[in-house]
Design a protein around this ligand. Structure first.
Ligand code: NZQ
Ligand code: ZN
Length: 384
């Protein structure tokens, strides 16, 4: 096991009716900016619950944070925060709204010229406004981590940053709010969670049996709960289990002392940046081809996964790894998730060329062994 340090200051408030706890979680003196997306919270009653819980508070609103949150939108919110002296940000929505809020929190306190430099130049964030959230979509784990992914319209870029200053102070997870999710978003979230677990688990073995058990247990739970939620989207217990899988899929608990990958996300983000496909869709397309391409590097963990998640019996690791990759794609397909670029009207070779050129320019190297360079990325995407 490698050395590690774990820190997560987020208070998780989980369960039915927990939005009413907001008043307990935010100090009454705060000048709140409530940030939300395109209006789903108004249709499913979440907006009303938040307003009720914050009666008597000083709350301003900023709406219109889009899926794959845009730098341009965040900059408008940063102007508002500064102009109105807001000192607490409340995100009410999915991972996009929360990621946008994290960038706003850091950007509002940024002392350089343009907060975009945090994304492009790797400038470390030195402070941020406090954040709380009501998370409405199980997928990103953003509610219990310090990452955010921001897109820029003018350059077709999608870039990530992390900083311990943007951990939410609290996250309210009320699974009943997910009853209103469109089927597509439920499926995207399950795939995103699955792939987060793969990025954290499926690398090379450094003797972390407990962490492996947690990761494989997470995958088994997802595979067990997914058909239940498709059959009965209004079942609270299933929604609760799926939400907790999503949160634990990317709070980094399952990867402590282990080696991480993140190449499927690195390539997937480019597909979203160039073609606008959903985050979950991009991952479902890339993961099976990437695992095939890097099978030798991941064989031991793939074989373990094949046996412990899919009940594969063969003692041959290479064969077991192949079966794991096949079963993962079958699982995605069983949810109705399409796993080929052509299913989304995208030409694989064209996409591969664009990504190769961009990675070559940036000198990108991905994966646990840094072996996925521009050319390997081309090979992976061309096979998608
Ligand atoms: O905008 P509204 O109207 O709220 O509608 C949203 C949006 O259209 C809707 N929605 C959310 N909760 C709902 C709901 N509709 C009905 N009922 C509800 N309860 O769903 C749509 C998608 O929402 P979005 O927030 O975009 O989805 P998600 O949570 O999957 O977030 C995706 C973004 O997170 C980034 C992705 O790259 C992408 O930009 N990621 C963030 C990570 C992190 N911070 O750690 C890690 C991930 O790997 C990922 O990269
Ligand atoms: Zn993801």
């Amino acid at each position: 096991m490698l050395n590690f340090e774990f820190y997560c200051p987020t208070r998780v408030v989980f369960g039915k009716g927990t939005i009413s706890e907001l008043g307990r979680l935010i100090d009454r003196s705060k000048k709140i900016l409530m940030i939300y997306g395109g209006g789903s919270i108004k249709r499913n009653g979440v907006y009303d619950q938040v307003k009720k819980a914050l009666e008597g508070y000083d709350v301003m609103e900023f709406s219109g944070m889009e899926p794959n949150p845009k730098y341009e939108t965040c900059m408008k919110a940063i102007d508002l925060v500064k102009k109105e002296g807001r000192d607490f940000l409340l995100s009410v929505g999915g991972g996009s709204t929360l990621d946008g809020t994290k960038f706003i929190a850091a950007g509002a306190m940024y002392d350089g010229e343009d907060p975009y430099d945090i994304l492009t130049k790797g400038i470390r964030v030195k402070s941020a406004l406090p954040i709380g959230d009501v998370i409405t979509l199980p997928a990103t784990g953003s509610e219990m981590n310090c990452n955010a992914v921001i897109s820029r319209l003018s350059t077709n870029e999608k870039l990530a940053f992390d900083s311990e200053y943007v951990y939410p102070r609290f996250s309210i997870i009320d699974p009943t709010v997910t009853f209103s999710l469109p089927l597509k978003q439920t499926i995207n979230g399950i795939v995103d969670t699955f792939v987060h677990t793969m990025e954290l688990y499926c690398t090379y073995d450094v003797n972390t049996p407990l962490q492996d058990e947690w990761a494989l247990g997470l995958l088994r739970t997802l595979i067990e709960q997914a058909p239940l939620v498709l059959k009965n989207p209004q079942d609270y217990e299933t929604r609760a289990n799926i939400f907790w899988c999503a949160t634990c899929g990317l709070n980094y608990w399952i990867s402590l002392g282990a080696v991480q990958d993140w190449s499927t996300h690195g390539i997937g983000h480019e597909l979203t940046a160039f073609y606008g496909i959903d985050h979950g869709q991009s991952l479902a397309v890339v993961l099976p081809r990437l695992l095939k391409n890097r099978k030798k590097e991941k064989q031991v963990k793939l074989a373990k996964l094949a046996r412990q998640v899919f009940g594969v019996k063969t003692s041959d690791d290479s064969e077991a790894a192949d079966l794991a990759i096949e079963r993962i794609e079958q699982f995605f397909n069983s949810l109705g998730m399409k796993t080929k670029l052509s299913d989304y009207g995208i030409d694989a070779r064209e996409a591969a060329g664009k990504i190769r050129d961009r990675f070559a320019e940036r000198g990108t190297k991905l994966g646990e062994n840094q072996t996925i360079d521009a050319q390997v990325s081309y090979d992976i995407v061309a096979a998608c």
